[in-house]
Design a protein around this ligand. Structure first.
Ligand code: GLN
Length: 244
């Protein structure tokens, strides 16, 4: 297996969209690359900074509170949307978690206003006056190559997200609320653009999914296995917390 590859990750708004241990997701990607002798380069694009559409294999945007999301939304549209769409069209992986997921869709409606997103996912989100959708959750992903693995995590969102016809659900809700608490869907996927409400953080609880992202971003069929005893226990604990 080639040891010369490098995974280039770009974190979008790492200082504003990071409330659910999103740094842990980036650290896990780094470690799982380095343990295999795959290089890892992390860059960031914050408010006011342009985005290089050829600068990363994986673009990551984490969770944020409504006010932080609002700060990012206009910047994302004006300075980064075109580059992100170009990157996605050339096969880069784009992963949005929670608030980041909402901004990958068409819009997030709240308080009678609409925050336009970048529309890379055919989804829209409406903030509800109803209870926040909170708790441990588990889903059965419908990803090619997921190999029967489950995803576990914690969700905490007021927004309800609804899928349009071009987006597939990331998975079927086994435990928890998912996109909107009603239709049994969680997350969304369109090609290599993925959004999910699962965090807490997502990747340390689901190391297999981190590997799926790395392999997909690097266009590799598989990755060298690692000694994952601890990771498998973390995954089992997260599933157990969700009642599985
Ligand atoms: N602000 C969004 C909501 O509450 C997303 C929150 C988050 O990222 N956890 O729906």
């Amino acid at each position: 297996m080639s040891q010369t590859q490098v995974l280039r990750v770009c974190a979008l708004y790492p200082d504003l969209m990071n409330i659910y241990a999103d740094r842990g997701n980036l650290l896990l990607l780094r470690r799982r690359c380095e343990w295999r002798g795959v290089g890892f380069e992390l860059s960031a694009a914050g408010i006011g900074e342009p985005l290089d559409p050829a600068g990363a294999d994986l673009y990551y945007m984490g969770g944020g509170q409504d006010r932080d999301q609002e700060l990012c939304a206009a910047d994302l549209r004006e300075l980064k949307a075109v580059a992100l769409a170009t990157a996605a069209a050339s096969g880069a992986v784009v992963l949005g978690v929670c608030g980041g997921y909402q901004l990958l869709g068409h819009a997030y409606q709240l308080d009678g206003r609409e925050l336009a997103g970048v529309g890379l996912l055919d989804v829209h989100t409406v903030r509800s006056d109803g209870p926040r959708l909170i708790g441990n959750a588990a889903i059965e992903p419908e990803l090619p190559g997921a190999g029967g693995q489950l995803l576990a995590g914690f969700e905490n969102h007021a927004g309800r997200t609804y899928l349009g016809p071009r987006a597939a659900r990331l998975g079927r809700v086994l435990r928890g609320h998912g996109n909107n608490g009603t239709d049994g869907s969680e997350g969304a996927r369109q090609g290599n653009v993925i959004g999910t409400y699962l965090h807490g953080p997502l990747l340390p609880k689901n190391a297999w999914f981190a590997d799926w992202l790395i392999a997909t971003a690097l266009s590799r069929d598989g990755l060298q296995p690692l000694a994952d005893g601890l990771e498998e226990r973390a995954h089992a604990d997260a599933l157990a917390a969700a009642g599985l």
